[in-house]
Each structure stands twice: as structure tokens, then as C-alpha cells.
Design a protein around this ligand. Structure first.
Ligand SMILES: [Zn+2]
Length: 259
């Protein structure tokens, strides 16, 4: 029923509690979990998880915050992995000017090269965009891809519309469940419903209700879905169906694998 479009299931504490994490997800009717890779080092881990658990699928790419370990030759290796392992998307790729700005050139180099890979393979991209939406839009206009997901979107209505026009869905998760997140909640209430997908970004971005030290995990996407449907005044079952269609549109290969 529910799909977590962004979860780092190979990170701790999820990794060490994997059986209970998967069981919780099943109990909460989460039947697809997308795990993006971050660098060459964890690609085999995300693929192994997907081999082992039927609800897991992977995206392959180099995350903008983990580029120290990457060199340009690794793009050729990524190219080979894409051919061999058929990911549902290229990701997690993007730009992050919130954490550091001093390596912008490096970030842009890998982002643009990975967009070109997505174009070559006609694959969607799963994007990490923080304090860099306009710059990301500039790259997307330069290298046309088939769209994908802007994960943990937190920009303006105008920026949202520009991403939607470029074929992107916008990922919403735990951050909007904070009562002070009024901008995110306004976006969630007013953006076209067909542009929304859900995610946990677990183990990061815990929803507001996880204040007792419990960790974020894919099962939370069910409650995030109920929270979102309440915001929109929609029936949660109907809402889950809409979100599922949106996700399959963003990730056509997932649609094929899930049927
Ligand atoms: Zn991520």
C-alpha cells in the first residue's frame, strides 16, 4: 500500500535491526522501499538488501555530501554498475550548499556528470537539494532528464512548480510533521496532489511524534501518509492509491518490478 521513496536502510541503527525494521514495515503495509546509494562503498550493500528483502529496490549514484571518497574514474565504474544492476533511478545525486559551499565546483562536476548518465540510460533521478534549488534547476535545464524525485523538498511554490514542469515529483516526509513547519505544511496542502510522493529519509529526519528516542524507519511512512491525507482532508486509502500512481510515474522501472 505505502511506498517509502527514500530510505538509507544500510545505515545504522536500521542495518543492525534489519529484521525488526522489515517486519515493522510489513505490519504497516509498506510494500516498497527505495534505497539510494551514496558512494561506491555502499553500492554492494544496497543491492544485497534488495536481493534479500522483496520490498527493497535501489537507486545508484554518488551523494553530494560524500564526494571526498569519489574520483572521476568512479563515474565509469558507476556507468558499468548501472548496466549490470538496472537501478530504478540514478541517486542519490544533487547539490548541498547548506553543509559546505567550498567544494561547489566538485559537487557540480559530479551532479552534472550523473545527470548525463541519467540521460544516457533514460533513467529518473533521485535528488538531494539543500540551499541550492535554483542552481539545480539550472543544471536540469542544461541536461534534460526524464524527471524523478526531489527528495525532502523545502523550497518555494515557484521552485516547486519549476521542478514539476521538468517532470519531477516532490518528496515529503517527517519534517512537515513538526507543528512549526508551517511552510512545508502549506506546500503539502496546496501543491498539485499528482506531484507528491512520500518518504522517511530514515534513519534521518524523524517525524515529530518520535521524541522518545525511537529511531525513524520505513514503517513511519504509513503514519506520514495519514498525516498528509489529514492535511489535505482526503481519505487515507484513496490518498495512498494516488501517491502510489505518482511514485510509479516517477520511477517507471519500479512499476514494472512491482507487478
Ligand atoms: Zn538520502
Amino acid at each position: 500500500m505505502w511506498i517509502d521513496t527514500h530510505c538509507h536502510l544500510d545505515f545504522n541503527p536500521l542495518k543492525t535491526n534489519i529484521s525488526s525494521v522489515i517486519n515493522e514495515a510489513r505490519k504497516n503495509r509498506v510494500d516498497a522501499i527505495i534505497i539510494p546509494s551514496i558512494d561506491l562503498g555502499n553500492i554492494s550493500r544496497v543491492i544485497k538488501l534488495s536481493d534479500r528483502y522483496r520490498e527493497c529496490y535501489y537507486a545508484l549514484g554518488f551523494h553530494p555530501m560524500f564526494l571526498e571518497k569519489i574520483d572521476p574514474h568512479d563515474l565509469e565504474i558507476l556507468n558499468k554498475y548501472i548496466i549490470k544492476y538496472n537501478p530504478v533511478a540514478i541517486g542519490e545525486i544533487g547539490l548541498d550548499l547548506f553543509v559546505r559551499k567550498d567544494n561547489l565546483e566538485v559537487q557540480e562536476y559530479y551532479f552534472s556528470n550523473q545527470l548525463q548518465l541519467a540521460q544516457t540510460f533514460n533513467l529518473p533521478v533521485i535528488m538531494h537539494v539543500r540551499s541550492a534549488i535554483d542552481l539545480v534547476l539550472k543544471h536540469l535545464r542544461r541536461v534534460k532528464v526524464r524527471g524523478g524525485i526531489a527528495h525532502a523538498f523545502n523550497g518555494s511554490f515557484q521552485q516547486a512548480q519549476q521542478l514539476i514542469n521538468l517532470g519531477f515529483k516532490l518528496g515529503f516526509g517527517g519534517a512537515m510533521t513538526n507543528p512549526r513547519a508551517t511552510h512545508l505544511q502549506n506546500l503539502a496542502k496546496s501543491l498539485p496532489i499528482e506531484s507528491i510522493v512520500l518518504e522517511t529519509d530514515a534513519p534521518d529526519m524523524p517525524p515529530y511524534w518520535l521524541q522518545d528516542g525511537a529511531y525513524n524507519q520505513p514503517s513511519e511512512v504509513a503514519r506520514i501518509g495519514h498525516f498528509f491525507s489529514d492535511l489535505r482532508g482526503l481519505n487515507s486509502l484513496e490518498f495512498a492509491d494516488i501517491i502510489r500512481v505518482n511514485t510509479m510515474q516517477a520511477l517507471p522501472r519500479l512499476a514494472k518490478l512491482c507487478t
